[in-house]
Structures are given as C-alpha cells and as structure tokens.
Design a protein around this ligand. Structure first.
Ligand code: NDP
Length: 448
C-alpha cells in the first residue's frame, strides 16, 4: 500500500496521465510500493524529482509501418520505440511483434527494463519497442518486408551509442537478421546496433540460451541461499514454448529437474515422463508449429486446450515463460494447493498483483521477472562489449559470465532487501538495488 506522501503524489499523477495504460500502471505501482523505505531514507531523491522523472519516458516514438503483403495489398501497422531512461547507459531493450502491442504495453516493458538493466551491473539504460504486427501465418518474404519497413523509420532513432534494440516475443534470429540488414543498407554502417545477431555477423555465443539459462541459474542460486535446496529431483511446470521456455527447460533438465509441461497461446501439453525437448524444438524452431503436435507425436503425453490450465499441474517449481499476467489469483492458488513452493519469472510481469499476494501469503520463494529474466539483456550487454572489442568469446566463457551475473543479482537483491528492512524479499530487493544506482546517476547528472 502506498503511504509515503511523495510516492502517492507521483502515482496519482501517473494515474491521471496514463490511466488508459493498465500494464504500465501495474508495473509502476509495484515498483513505487517497494521503494517507499528508500524514499523515506533519502530526501535527496524527492528534492531532485527522481520519481516523477523516472516514470516519464525521455522519449516515445510512434510511427506508421506500411508494407505490401504477398497478395499485393497494402498493410499498415503501428511501430513504437520508448526510450525510457539513459542515466546509466544507452537505451537497451527488446522489440516485440504481437497484435496486443500498444503504447502502454511497451511503456511497462521499458519501465521494467530500466531497473533490470541496472541490476545486471552493465552500463545500459532502459528502452523497449515493437509493433502490433502479427507474424503468425505470414510468409518469410512478408516478415522480411515488414522488418525492412519497420527499420526504415526506426533507424533514425537508434545507434550503437544511443539505443541498441534486441528481440522479444516473435522477434528472434530471423527478424533480427532482416532488421540488421536494413539498418546497414540505409546507414552504410556496420555496427553493433542490435543484439541477438547471427554468429556470422557479430552475434554472441550463448545469447540465444541466455534468458532461459539465466532464469535457471537465478532460481538455483536463490534456492541454494534461501532454502539450502536445488533443482535436483524437482518437478517443474513451464509455460510457453518460445525462446525463453525452451532454454529454461533445457537448463532445468540439465540441473536434474523433470519438466512436465510446455504451452502456447492455444493450449498446453503435459508429459508425465518429462518433456522431450528435441521434439518441442523440432515443432517450434523447426517449422513454427503448434504445441498440440507434441501430444500427437509422444505416446503418454496429453494436450489440453487453453493455456491457463498449465497452472493446475502439480509441481515443486513454476517458471512462467510466456507473457504478462498469465498467472492470476486463481492460478496462483491452484499452484499453492498442488504443492508449488517456488515461482521464478522468465516472462515479463507474468504474475498479477493478486497472484503475487498469494505467493507472499503462502511463503513461496518468489523471483520477480526483472531479476530472474535479466540473463537475456546481460548477454546482450556482453554482445555489445564483444562488438566494441571486435572479438568473440567462447560459449563457455560467456555462459560463465552469465552465471556469475545471475548469482550476483540474487546477492545484490538480498543485500538491498536487508538494508531496507525487507529481509529475504527478492522482489523488494531487486527493485531497490536496481533503483538506487539509476537514482544516484540521475541526481548526479542534474535535472534533465
Ligand atoms: P517467443 O516469441 O519466442 O515465445 C513466446 C511464447 O509465449 C510462445 O510459446 C507463445 O505462444 C507464448 N505466448 C505469447 N503471447 C501469449 C499470450 N498472450 N498468451 C499465451 N501464450 C502466449 O518469446 P520469448 O520466449 O522471447 O518471450 C517470452 C517472455 O519472456 C516474454 O514475456 C518476454 O518479454 C520475456 N523475455 C524475453 C527475453 C528474451 O531474451 N527473448 C528476455 C527477457 C524476457 P504462441 O506461439 O501461441 O504465440
């Protein structure tokens, strides 16, 4: 609950200005709520207007993306780039292509990104972008033409020292390749302007795996420190079957857990013997198919329509890896009732505030997205370093750096939580640790 007068004033203002952006309001409320002890202890943040500046993006770019489909018909989508905060480095954050994308969704993601990037300890500010373009059912040529049209406008707002986008939902290696090609063609410049690039043109080993692997490194470390436990022998429920879900499944299995589910926006599969990841990869990465196909190919596996049902599957650990607000109060209660003790978030803001309250009331180990899924942007930061040095590190070297960053995020979060009287609270700790660094940089740089 907001009790601090300054914090309340700032939130009221956001509500007044952005009342039509529910996801953004949700993200801001959660952060402001946990920052109250910090604000109370540091009057300089109020004196320098840090919070009212933090919740207002430095720049929002919204543009028309016109392209021609395979039937020769003109299509028009909306493109966005929110350059939220550059106090500690160039804007950095992914691009999402999904019909649900609007300004509020991109603002919530950009806002979360500020604190997430700060937590990685790498010099990256916060940004996010995307479009309401839906790549489902589009041909490769259509996706290429869309990406080229999108970059034709976006290129004038980004650059290796200004803003470095990456992938997110429906923006993977194929899309990053087309976007990079178009940037190079327009600017006649070969630079590390995007991350998540192919290995042949400046990409980093371990970037593809980074978010999912990082989520498991984070979860394993939190389990070790807070519960003296591990993934070994645990049953794990994972939602989604995209980039984050696939590599979270791979690492959880490697660490000795049995992952029993995978899902997409149509439904979920339950495999009591453990998900065969090569089949999921073949369906999703091989031919962009639907997860239903898994149950047709694997004897003993079941398919259920509707993705929310995945949270009724009994498990020890849940790793939501699909999308925002995919776990509501009822799903959180089902998880608890069926024995779940740990929820760590691969997706951005997958739990509603009511779901988080259920975790807290029942003493679950809860790892919030901005800490638990920071591995993706961390390795994107490492990709930027390699591009600047014009060299590439080995997979093992990059993966070891990722693991150490995720472990230090757990330590940083717990230390910040303890300092402000919220011992053991990974959510408050992540928000506080991420915020303090950005806030101090904003104070030092003057009123901008
Ligand atoms: P992908 O596009 O690779 O996969 C997304 C998965 O989530 C698909 O299985 C998709 O199913 C499912 N999904 C998407 N929207 C919905 C929806 N509205 N309801 C149910 N299921 C849905 O994306 P990523 O794996 O890259 O991203 C997943 C999450 O992780 C997102 O929240 C993203 O912001 C977050 N994230 C990603 C990072 C990265 O490095 N890629 C970094 C940090 C966070 P379908 O195919 O049916 O749409």
């Amino acid at each position: 609950m907001l009790t601090n007068e300054y914090v309340k004033r700032v939130y009221d203002q956001v509500q007044k200005r952005d009342g039509d952006q529910p996801e953004f309001l949700q993200a801001v409320y959660e952060v402001l709520d946990t920052l109250q002890p910090v604000i109370a202890k540091h009057p300089e943040y109020e004196a320098n207007g840090v919070l009212e500046r933090l919740v207002e993006p430095e720049r929002v770019v919204k543009f028309r993306v016109a392209w021609v489909d395979d039937a020769g018909k003109v299509q028009v989508n909306r493109g966005y780039r929110v350059q939220f905060n550059s106090a500690i480095g160039p804007y950095k954050g992914g691009l999402r292509f999904h019909p649900t994308v609007n300004e509020g969704v991109i603002k919530f993601l950009g806002f979360e990104q500020i604190l997430k990037n700060s937590l990685t300890t790498l010099p990256m500010g916060g940004g996010k972008g995307g479009s309401d373009f839906d790549p489902k059912g589009k041909s490769d040529a259509e996706v290429m033409r869309f990406c080229q049209a999108f970059m034709t406008e976006l290129n004038r707002h980004i650059g290796q020292f200004t803003d470095v986008p990456a992938g997110d939902i429906n923006v993977g290696a194929r899309e990053i390749g087309y976007l990079f090609g178009q940037y190079k063609r327009i600017r006649n410049e070969y630079s590390g302007v995007l991350t998540g690039k192919g290995l042949e043109f400046g990409g980093s080993l371990a970037r593809t795996e980074a978010t999912g692997y990082g989520l498991c490194y984070y979860t394993a470390e939190a389990l070790r420190v807070l519960k003296n436990d591990s993934f070994e022998g645990k049953t794990v429920v994972i939602s989604g079957s995209g980039n984050v879900a696939i590599f979270a499944t791979e690492k959880a299995q490697e660490l000795g857990a049995k992952v029993v589910t995978a899902s997409d926006s149509n439904g979920y599969v339950y495999d009591p013997d453990g998900i065969k990841l090569d089949i999921v990869k073949d369906i999703k990465l091989g031919h962009r198919g639907r997860i239903k196909e898994y149950a047709e190919r694997v004897p003993g596996a079941e398919y259920h329509e509707g993705c929310a049902g995945v949270w009724t599957v009994p498990c020890d650990i849940a790793l939501p890896c699909a999308t925002q607000n995919e776990i509501d109060e009822a799903s959180a209660e089902a998880l608890v009732k069926n024995g779940c003790k740990v929820v760590c978030e691969g997706a951005n803001m997958p739990s509603t505030p009511e779901a988080i309250a259920v975790y807290q009331k029942n003493g679950l180990l809860y790892g919030p997205a901005k800490a638990a899924n920071a591995g993706g942007v961390a390795v994107s930061g490492l990709e930027m370093s390699q591009n600047s040095y014009r060299l590439s590190w080995t997979f093992e070297e990059t993966d070891a750096k990722l693991k150490s960053i995720m472990e230090s995020i757990v330590a940083e979060s717990l230390a910040a939580a303890k300092e402000y009287g919220e011992e053991g609270d990974l959510m408050a700790g992540a928000n506080i640790a991420g915020f303090v660094k950005v806030a101090n940089a904003m104070v030092a740089q003057g009123i901008l």
